[in-house]
Design a protein around this ligand. Structure first.
Ligand code: KIV
Length: 281
């Protein structure tokens, strides 16, 4: 008898969830083992974010991440997932030059990487690229508000949408992205009442990170919420576990035991017969 599999979460499930008023859960992952754990725990969607540049590769921003980096990590994540929708982030400069290059790059994330969808940062200025992707049958998740690939233009990682002009631009961009056919929009670091208003103005779901409880779903970077990446502590992160401290405690116990000869013990070793051993002398 075949094993009963849970229904896969798809881009249609994004829209169904919003219609039913069910919140969507999303977390980042960049490797097979973590993706498998998140999928088994029941997360709806996994984002192979370009945040991997910081939390996996140790860069100080996401700008150095390449398509090959995201492709490599996407392949691993996809192998670990059975139910979750896997979304690959398009890195800086992979969707800024032309529609043709954008489609080719996103196509690799889908065709070679096995991702189900891609995410791009930006609004009106990247609309032709988004439309090109959708024409090529590639589902797109938008990303507005604080868009980390624009850190140099924004003058730092700052909350966006506080002024009338900026709030109106985010709202206008959200509506343009919806019209273009994206299946959802990440809203990063925008005031909660703006995110709530945008969420209520759209049919597609919003996925918030630092955007309050009015969004239709939430996303966090897995290393942040499990306390593994300790270089930054953004206000919007809730630390659900302190795995970083547990790792350090486990490793220091291992070091102590190896130095003291307390590890390995009998149960960790393999045996050879006396007969074979004697023949070596
Ligand atoms: O790269 C990333 O992890 C992201 C999320 C924080 C939304 O874009």
């Amino acid at each position: 008898m075949s094993e009963k599999k849970e229904k896969k979460f798809t881009v249609s499930s994004f829209l169904d969830s919003k219609e039913k008023g069910e919140k969507i859960t999303m977390l980042t992952a960049y490797d097979y083992t973590t993706a498998k754990l998140l999928d088994e725990a029941g997360v709806d969607s996994i984002l192979v974010g370009d945040s991997l540049g910081m939390v996996m590769l140790g860069y100080d921003s996401t700008l150095k991440v390449t398509l090959e980096d995201v492709l490599h990590h996407t392949k691993a994540v996809v192998r670990g997932c059975n139910r979750a929708l896997v979304i690959a982030d398009m890195p800086y400069l992979t969707y800024h030059i032309s529609v043709e290059e954008t489609v080719r790059n996103a196509g690799r994330l889908i065709q070679e990487g096995g991702a189900h969808a891609v995410k791009l940062e930006g609004g009106e200025e990247i609309l032709p690229m988004i439309k090109g992707l959708i024409r090529a049958q590639i589902p797109v998740l938008g990303h507005l508000g604080l868009t980390p690939q624009s850190v140099n233009m924004m003058g730092g990682y700052k909350v966006q949408g506080k002024s009338e002009e900026s709030a109106k631009k985010i709202l206008r961009d959200a509506k343009l992205l919806e019209e273009a056919g994206v299946f959802g929009i990440v809203l990063e670091c925008v005031p909660d009442r703006l995110a709530d208003y945008i969420s209520k103005s759209l049919k597609i779901p919003t996925i918030g990170i630092g955007a309050g409880a009015g969004c239709d779903g939430q996303v966090l970077v897995i290393q942040d919420m499990l306390g593994m990446y300790q270089n930054l502590a953004p206000k919007f992160v809730k630390r659900y576990k302190n795995i970083g401290e547990q790792i350090k405690a486990g490793v220091s116990e291992y070091i102590t035991e190896v130095k003291a000869g307390a590890f390995p013990q009998e149960q960790h070793t393999f045996k050879i017969s006396d007969d074979v051993l004697e023949k070596l002398y």
